[in-house]
Design a protein. Structure first.
Length: 423
């Protein structure tokens, strides 16, 4: 399939895209707002001649935050436009940067929509986080002489096979990229096999290792636990969980409560539209549950704290003694293992980590990551880490060492982007 056939099929799919938006809006009403932006209409005023950075959703927005701040510091005269595709990503960008960046949704990958957006933004450089490859946006940039960089790029074997089925579309698209800054050498080889130009592929590492933790975060968490009178309570967190995973986590927590009745689980679903249904699940299973969004203090009889607030994940990690990272007991590919590691928490995950194979391998080899297969394993590992403080400390220190050994990717990426921006 080439780009013209792809574009035709995308136009034909517009009714299905509209239906999908409507269905998502039923669970998350924000999807029904700002629809015109998705077609390059009613865009906000955008100052031209700056840097355009695309981060598809919440995870990419958080990963992009250090890069955006570094670009603001290094190029204070350049306006930065940050786009995303989801309401939660939009909320996160606005919470992180406010009026410090220009922001709108990225229009759908239709040639005329991409052209209208670029005619409005007129960036000097386009930066796409991770692996959001949109052929028409990239081609419209190439037509205008706008260099496009793929930053913190990752490409799993499964994704590479998917792109490989459409090489007539993928190869010309990759050839139009000015820089592919990949996380690992294995990913570099996958991009090259798909047709990327060797001179534009660089192994810079993952900027997620350059995570900077607010120095006061741990202190604020300790103060809140003190206010809850929970300094001696065993507290664990299951973060970024997906449908089908919450049931496993709650089953593990019930096992833990049998021997540690004062244990508290902080449960943080990945998607805000699931907050209500997960709350109902907790109540249905007979667990005394408090919602973080109410701002109420956790009481001694509470068994679950539902993390249904936005922008607090690092703080919620800081409140816990042990961290389980979700998206890994179901075949979703996992989520960021480095955030709890950077906070000095022993980290657990399920076996499905294909989105973070290299990071997971390093943490596992260092002894900083424990993998579990189901509820029994999870309950056993959490309880063991509470019983064995020396083991918990070894995992904590190993995670911090892995982060320290891999830092520097952000500077390498900035150097590559600087070459594209020129003097």
């Amino acid at each position: 399939m080439n780009r013209h056939l792809y574009t035709l099929l995308l136009h034909l799919a517009l009714p299905l895209i509209a239906l999908r938006l409507a269905l998502r809006a039923r669970k998350a009403p924000a999807y029904a707002r700002r629809i015109k932006e998705r077609f390059s209409f009613a865009l906000p005023p955008l100052k031209p001649d700056g840097i355009w950075l695309h981060a598809v959703s919440v995870g990419e927005s958080i990963a992009a935050a250090p890069l955006i701040r570094a670009l603001q510091a290094r190029y204070p005269e350049l306006p930065i436009t940050v786009t995303c595709m989801t309401p939660t990503g939009s909320e996160r960008i606005q919470a992180l940067f406010g009026d410090g960046v220009q922001h709108c949704y990225l229009p759908y990958d239709l040639p005329w929509a991409a052209a209208r957006f670029l005619n409005r933004a007129r960036p000097r450089l386009a930066v796409v986080m991770e692996t959001e490859l949109w052929p028409n946006h990239i081609h419209q940039c190439a037509r205008r002489g706008i260099p496009v960089a793929l930053a913190n790029a990752r490409l799993s074997e499964r994704s590479a096979r998917g792109y490989g089925r459409f090489k007539r579309l993928t190869t010309p698209m990759l050839a139009e990229l000015a820089l592919i800054a990949v996380q690992t050498q294995a990913e570099a080889e996958r991009f090259l096999a798909l047709g990327a130009r060797r001179d534009c592929v660089e192994v810079t590492g993952s900027i997620k290792f350059d995570l900077q933790i607010d120095a006061g975060l741990a202190q604020r968490a300790a103060e809140l636990r003190r206010a809850w009178q929970a300094e001696q309570r065993p507290v664990w967190i299951a973060a970024s969980t997906h449908a089908g995973e919450d049931e496993i986590v709650l089953a593990a927590h019930r096992q833990i409560l049998a021997s540690r009745p004062d244990a508290l689980l902080i449960l943080v679903p990945r998607h805000p539209e699931r907050f209500d249904s997960v709350h109902q699940l907790c109540l249905h299973q007979g667990l005394t549950t408090r919602r973080r969004s109410t701002g109420e203090a956790v009481a001694s009889g509470d068994q679950v704290l539902l993390g249904d607030s936005m922008g607090e994940l690092l703080f919620l990690y800081a409140l816990a003694d042990v961290a389980f990272v979700g998206g890994s007991l179901v075949a979703n590919g996992g989520h960021n293992l480095l955030e709890p590691a950077a906070l000095g928490k022993p980290v657990l995950s399920g076996p499905h980590l294909f989105n973070f194979l290299e990071i997971a391998a390093q943490l596992r080899e260092a002894g900083a990551l424990g993998e579990v297969q189901g509820a029994d394993d999870l309950a056993g590992e959490v309880a063991a880490l509470w019983r064995e403080p020396a083991r918990s400390e070894r995992m904590r220190q190993a995670g911090l060492n892995v982060l320290k050994a891999n830092q520097g990717a952000l500077e390498r990426l900035l150097a590559g982007l600087g070459r594209l921006l020129g003097p």
